[in-house]
Design a protein around this ligand. Sequence first.
Ligand code: G3P
Ligand code: MG
Length: 359
Amino acid sequence: FSRSFSQFLSQSQLPSFGIAFDIDGVLLRGESPIGGSPQALKRLYDSSGALRIPYIFLTNGGGFPESKRALELSKLLGVDISPLQVVQGHTPFKQLVNRFENEFVVAVGKGEPAAVMAEYGFKNVLSIDEYASYFDGIDPLAQYKTWTTKQDAKQSSTLEQMRTRDSVHSQRVQATFIVSDSVDWSRDIQVLSDILRTGGLPGREIGHQPHLYFANDDLAYQATFPSERLGMGAFRIALESVFNSIHPNALEYTSFGKPNPFVFRNAETVLKQLVPSIHCGTNPVDHVNAGTHHFKKLFMIGDNPSVDIRGARQAGHPWFSILTRTGVFKGTENHTEFPADLVVNAVEDAVEYVLSKER
Ligand code: G3P
Ligand code: MG
């Protein structure tokens, strides 16, 4: 009796809501916190620093493993963030590991794209930086590019010795993953076109197109510059347009990230998984079954109407969308095509609203 009574008490004190925060344009611009984000997040912890409201970061960005991103976000935002709370555009690539575990795949983008894939369990992955370095002259503009690219630390030590130029040349690339924003569009569009039109063997004759996955399809996002910057969706348009002009069949690809409804369903699952670590009073409610916990409301706080707000609207109940004016959206009223349930100036106002409504 006493156990079920205490369980009833704890369950009734448990928050019946959770929050998903977009990162770029809501919490950060580049590496700088915006909209009072550190103070807003601090309100989701108790005085001892224990988490009291389930929340996650639901970003289309990426480039680093979730564990590394959690550490970086903890430093920038001044709260203790667990890797479980970090859901990035490329996080769903994890689910493709069964299909490509031992296949030769190429990972593209800023940061450490190959380390991201290796952490998900892909065993035969090269970054496009390393891959391109095995093909002399593949980028005819390389000599004019004065920057140097840092190769993924994890890759070089374990796989480098095993690989010879010949083995890379003779292995068919089975899939390409755009993990994060391409750093060098001209080189990446050239090398990806080579891989995709030849069936994964650059320099050879035309072959069946290998799989192509994008972590998101954001046309634009908010960084430090006052107006939006071109995102992965813009890179996709450029690659697709070039590919379709040089190849008889249209480019085939799959894009992940918001606004896809499965991203919001997965976000709900992850938020439920956080419930057992939530502190009610002094103790974590570790006997609560995460699977059966029921959220009455889930808040998506975002800056991009066509991505964050559209996604939350499509996901439907229990999602409630809050649009900030600190990023892509800069209007005074609501967005006309994808209106949010609430528009606020900044993330601190959004958190204030959520806590006042749901206490
Ligand atoms: O590259 C990042 C951008 O596309 C989106 O990031 O946090 O606004 O979803 P976020
Ligand atoms: Mg954003």
